[in-house]
Design a binder for this molecule. Structure first.
Ligand SMILES: CC(C)[C@H](C(=O)O)[C@@H](O)C(=O)O
Ligand code: SF4
Length: 480
């Protein structure tokens, strides 16, 4: 047996998808760290100015400018984008947006500036352009880079000093993560979406339950998800503390990618798909940790607290911190309830809302907007609610307008905006007022995130749309 084990190690051990991507990109080892080659470097205006300034100060060229793509998303206004950065009122935002234009021009990096129809949220645009591909290593100075893992790419967020390192060397230093597999057996019910699955998992795993790990999502329910739904799922991996989330590429992945601008064509496409097909964990590969979830147990979910693991099903109740045995957990829950101004035992459905935000890199793609429009058609936003829809990119916006989605939403009383991060993070003018309660399709419900004193309830686009109509947290009316 021992001999066999040794042969297993020396003659090619069984590997996970993560191991395979890692091994294929490892350039050098040093003191437990690996220098990883980076295939795609995504940039945005908030975490890149200092990195470019460092490059300029050191007189360094960008190593592989053609392997980078820059987007203006976090602090762009969601009206009047055609005016470009010069029209942005906030001086800091304007400076960051202008810096991205001049820096990308100086270093020869592709940039879709504010107002460009191909522009939008970096994690929506990368996939949409076919820049994010299976087997790649992808980095961005942004935590939700995990989104791109939906393509079977190793994609993770980096800090500003690492942005500079990547610009200069096209590599970064990394410590290897542990492998975790989340298998979702069975199929989600038709009214249950990828966002519900992600929030359900967060409830099970917790906000740091996947720390130190890269998650591979597997199982029948994951295979059945569309690419956009897989992106929603991988987007939230970071909220579980994971370094990245992955879904092995398959025919769904290839169908999504084929024909997109940056994707190879002709014989190169055949070569690429043949290579991508081989990506996937070996059948008997061993994961450091495993979770199993039954898709049939997943309900439409809503967050009640100030971290995304504090969730209940739509027919559930605000929990009672006193019921928690762990002292720390009790304190955290108590503080969250105070901030959210909620009383234990209250049904979560029926909580009165002031605002609804449909957008963000979690849920602002065309399939999300199609779900929203089906819920909204023929109905109106409750008179006391201000509801806004912010498409993830200019191309999503255009597609929605071609399908008449904007018309239905406007007629219903929604604000139809131009693309960007918007009220997901409140780095532009789209913010909650103190005390306002908001249903949001984004990924973080932290204190003050959507605006000082604002109260965020995370949920799917279907629930957010139904809640806008009802004026309180609500599920869509079920047919029949
Ligand atoms: C501004 C940016 C660095 C930040 C991130 O890294 O995630 C933002 O995108 C967020 O969602 O909080
Ligand atoms: S949409 Fe929100 S979560 Fe996504 S990158 Fe922008 S600020 Fe971060």
């Amino acid at each position: 047996m021992e001999g066999q084990d040794l042969r297993g190690i020396t003659m090619g051990r069984l590997r996970t998808l993560y191991d395979k991507i890692w091994d294929a990109h490892a350039v050098a080892e040093d003191d437990g760290e690996t220098l990883l080659y980076i295939d795609l470097h995504l940039l945005h205006e908030v975490t890149s100015p200092q990195a470019f300034a460092g490059m300029i100060a050191a007189g360094r060229p960008v190593r592989r400018p053609e392997r980078a793509l820059a987007l203006s998303d976090h602090n762009v206004p969601t009206v009047g984008q055609a005016q470009g950065p010069a029209g942005v009122a906030d001086a800091e935002a304007r400076a960051q947006l202008e810096a991205l234009v001049s820096n990308t021009r100086r270093f020869g990096i592709e940039n879709f500036p504010m107002g460009d129809p191909r522009g939008g949220i970096v994690h929506v645009v990368g996939p949409e352009q076919g820049r994010s591909q299976p087997g790649m290593t992808i980095v961005c100075g942004d935590s939700h880079t995990s989104t791109h893992g939906a393509f079977g790419a190793l994609a993770f967020g980096i800090g500003t000093s690492e942005v500079e390192h990547t610009l200069a060397t096209q590599t970064i230093r990394q410590r290897r993560s542990l492998n975790m597999r989340v298998t979702v057996d069975g199929l989600l019910a038709p009214h249950v979406h990828a966002k519900d699955l992600a929030l359900h998992l967060l409830g099970v795993v917790g906000v740091d339950g996947a720390a130190g790990h890269v998650i591979e999502y597997a199982g029948e329910a994951v295979r059945a998800l569309s690419m956009e739904a897989r992106m929603t799922l991988c987007n939230l991996s970071i909220e579980m503390g994971a370094r990245a989330g992955l879904v092995a590429p398959d025919t769904t992945t290839f169908a999504y990618l084929e024909g997109r601008p940056a994707v190879p064509t002709g014989p190169d496409w055949d070569t690429a798909t043949a290579r991508w097909q081989a990506l996937g964990s070996d059948d008997e590969a061993v994961f450091d940790r495993e979770f199993w979830v039954d898709a049939r147990d997943v309900q439409p979910m809503v967050s009640w607290g100030t971290n995304p693991s504090q969730v209940v099903a739509i027919d559930g109740y605000i929990p009672d911190p006193a019921a928690l045995t762990d002292v720390d957990a009790r304190m955290v829950a108590g503080r969250a309830l105070a901030y959210m101004d909620l009383v234990p035992g209250t049904p979560v459905a029926g909580l009165r809302l002031d605002r609804v935000f449909i957008g963000s890199c979690t849920n602002s793609r065309i399939e999300d907007l199609r779900v929203v429009v089906e819920v909204v058609r023929g109905r109106r936003v409750a008179p006391h609610v201000r509801a806004m829809v912010v498409p993830g990119s200019g191309l999503v916006k255009r597609q929605a307008e071609e399908e008449g989605i904007d018309r239905v939403l406007r007629d219903a009383g929604f604000d139809w905006r131009e693309p960007g991060c918007s009220m997901c993070v409140g780095m532009n003018a789209d913010r909650l007022q103190p005390g306002e309660r908001c249903a949001a399709t984004s990924n973080r419900n932290f204190e003050n995130r959507q605006g000082r004193g604002g109260r965020t309830h995370l949920m799917s686009p279907a629930l957010a749309a139904a809640s806008a109509i009802a004026g309180c947290i609500a599920a869509p009316e079920m047919p029949g």
